[in-house]
Design a protein around this ligand. Structure first.
Ligand code: SF4
Ligand code: SF4
Length: 579
């Protein structure tokens, strides 16, 4: 049967058909939907782990127990999982193990646009790169075969353009794989130096075998057309090359690490000019040049996505400009949703002009005007450790003018370690945990603070207040983020202390709990003075009437959160009807 599937849905299907037994992941765009699709298959145990390192370690445990396992993450997630990955390369696997990594060229929703192919080279493990949904499914299955054949974890790399685009997929049946049993092999699985030295030799030998295998495998496909131009490419760039240069001969790589060198040399002899078309880092190009393959270098940017037009331009070809240009569309800056529970706290932080070390998640959106409440965002969990650094660097002085802001899921991810560090090292910063009981930005996945698992089953809900007190923190306050005056009062009080404080907010995301949505508010034109206090909240439901010079509320967007009436000093904002 054929079905049109997104790349992410196809990857999940591939895991199902490959007989995968365990999937443990941490959500991150553009990879999040893969595990959300996997949860529909009852034959697979799946879970949201607290971070990518833990997710990979769960997958390693499942592999050690003899079962096929997979973990899915975005590119920055692989940084978190890099520690176990590097040693997993040495231990190898028992049941097949696949690491699905989705890169984000052009940074549609990421803090950087790193190229995960570097990790395959670094960890000396194979990396497969599909170019459409059907290949995504097939390559996942192939990756499990390679994993077990060569005793190695295998990385399958997707990119946003593949994960979120759709194409036809041939559906197959699930192949149940028998458990290989728990592997009790100390020289292989206990990486003390004596064993590690032996395994490193194995890793180097494995790489050579994989390279030879790649040259002969059906993962590399030669498409001979004109002998004028030959292009080596892979993944999504293959699609651009086919459309931009239909006359060119193409060597399409399915496994981009280790490279099929013999096959590439063979191909290079069939064309007059040889090029590499790849996105982000020049990984294939650099390696081939180092190996003495005669290539013509393209003046390709090292940033952003390629496209059919971009490939045409690289080869000096005419680009057909589309008449329906999109330049007339107004910019739509990212913003928190109407009724977002983070807004009140950000308003208070902004009012007090505090320096906020932010984190990754919806709260990053507090960066933009009119709130302008976030001053730094580096990576998951960095806010608390950075606030501690700010505090220590200034001998406590800056701690009174700054806060760390982190969400619930990000706190469990790696923020918890930062907080432990601050406690242990006698920090005196103020940490705000914006608990909206869901992993918001990646698509509302549950986490240990939600009280349900990925399958919707009830699970223990971690209580932040008790947890912080268990760490030994004396100053732990829970506030209603919609009570702006209270937020300001608590912020003033806690930042003035010479001790570590944690402030926890207690309103759910409107998508986590729809029951919080109530009757909308409206603005009484006769009472509104046009002071703009409510517009400074940045709620998308609040607009400005240019002619009348007063604020207005779009009642179809207003969730009735009750925040804006709290900042209006003229009593101009009221709620329609009772709840
Ligand atoms: S009550 Fe005010 S702040 Fe809350 S959603 Fe409605 S318009 Fe926005
Ligand atoms: S805060 Fe009140 S008075 Fe000021 S613009 Fe908004 S509705 Fe009008």
């Amino acid at each position: 049967m054929r079905k049109v599937l997104s790349g992410n849905e196809a990857i999940a299907r591939g895991a199902y058909e490959a007989g995968v037994k365990v999937v443990s992941s941490y959500p991150g765009t553009p990879s999040s939907e893969i595990t959300d699709f996997v949860k529909r298959y009852d034959d697979i145990y799946c879970e949201w782990a607290v971070n990518e390192k833990v997710a990979l370690e769960v997958a390693i445990g499942a592999s050690l127990a003899g079962r096929r396992s997979m973990t899915c993450m975005k590119h920055v997630g692989l940084n978190v999982a890099a520690d176990p990955l590097m040693t997993l390369s040495y231990t190898g696997v028992n049941g097949g193990l696949v690491i699905l990594v989705a890169d984000d060229p052009n940074m549609f929703s990421s803090q950087n646009e790193q190229d995960s192919r570097n990790y395959a080279r670094f960890a000396k493990v194979p990396l497969l790169e599909p170019s459409d949904s059907n290949e995504a499914k097939e390559f996942v299955k192939k990756a499990f075969e390679i994993s077990e054949k060569f005793c190695t974890p295998v990385i399958v790399r997707s990119v946003t353009r593949l994960s979120h685009s759709m194409s036809a997929v041939d559906l197959g049946e699930r192949v149940e794989t028998a458990s290989k049993g728990l592997e009790n092999n100390i020289p292989k699985w206990v990486m003390v130096p004596a064993n590690g030295r032996v395994r490193h030799v194995f890793v180097e030998e494995r790489l050579k075998e994989l390279q030879a295998f790649n040259s002969k495998s059906d993962l590399v496909a030669e498409e001979i057309n004109s002998n004028e131009i030959g292009i080596i490419t892979s993944g999504i760039p293959y699609q651009y090359v086919k459309e931009a240069l239909p006359e060119a001969s193409v060597l399409k790589l399915g496994m981009v690490w280790p490279l099929p060198l013999d096959k590439i040399v063979e191909f290079s002899k069939k064309v007059k000019k040889l090029y590499v078309v790849e996105e982000l880092d020049p990984i294939i190009e650099t390696e081939l040049l180092a190996q003495g393959v005669k290539l013509k270098k393209l003046k390709r940017p090292l940033t952003g996505e390629l496209s059919v037009d971009a490939v045409k331009k690289l080869f000096g070809l005419k680009v057909n400009r589309c008449k329906a240009a999109v330049k007339e569309l107004p910019n739509r800056p990212p913003n928190m949703c109407p009724g977002c529970s983070h807004r009140g706290m950000f308003y208070a932080i902004s009012k007090l002009k505090l320096f906020a070390a932010g984190d990754i998640g919806c709260y990053t959106l507090g960066l933009l005007p009119p709130l302008s409440a976030i001053n730094s965002t580096v990576c998951m969990g960095a806010s608390i450790s950075m606030a501690h650094g700010i505090d220590r660097a200034s001998g406590g002085e800056y701690a009174k003018k700054s806060v760390a802001v982190i969400g619930d899921s990000t706190f469990f991810h790696t923020g918890i370690n930062g907080l432990l560090n601050s406690v242990y090292n006698k920090g005196c910063s103020t940490v705000i945990i914006l608990d909206n009981r869901i992993t918001g930005m990646t698509g509302h996945q549950p986490n240990p603070g939600t009280g349900i698992t990925i399958k919707g089953e009830e699970s223990p809900r971690i209580n932040f207040e008790l947890l912080c007190r268990a760490f030994g923190i004396k100053n732990v306050v829970t506030v209603d983020p919609f009570d702006v005056d209270e937020c300001i009062r608590v912020l003033k009080e806690e930042t003035s202390k010479d001790e570590l404080s944690v402030i926890i907010t207690n309103r759910p995301c409107i998508f986590a709990d729809r029951t919080v949505i109530t009757n909308p508010y409206f603005i009484d034109e006769d009472k509104c003075t046009g002071c703009t206090a409510c517009t400074r909240l940045g709620c998308p439901a609040i607009a400005w009437d240019k002619k009348k010079k007063i604020a207005m509320i779009d009642e179809s967007l207003c969730t009735g959160c009750g925040l804006c009436p709290k900042v209006c000093r003229f009593d101009a904002i009221s709620q329609r009807g009772a709840k």
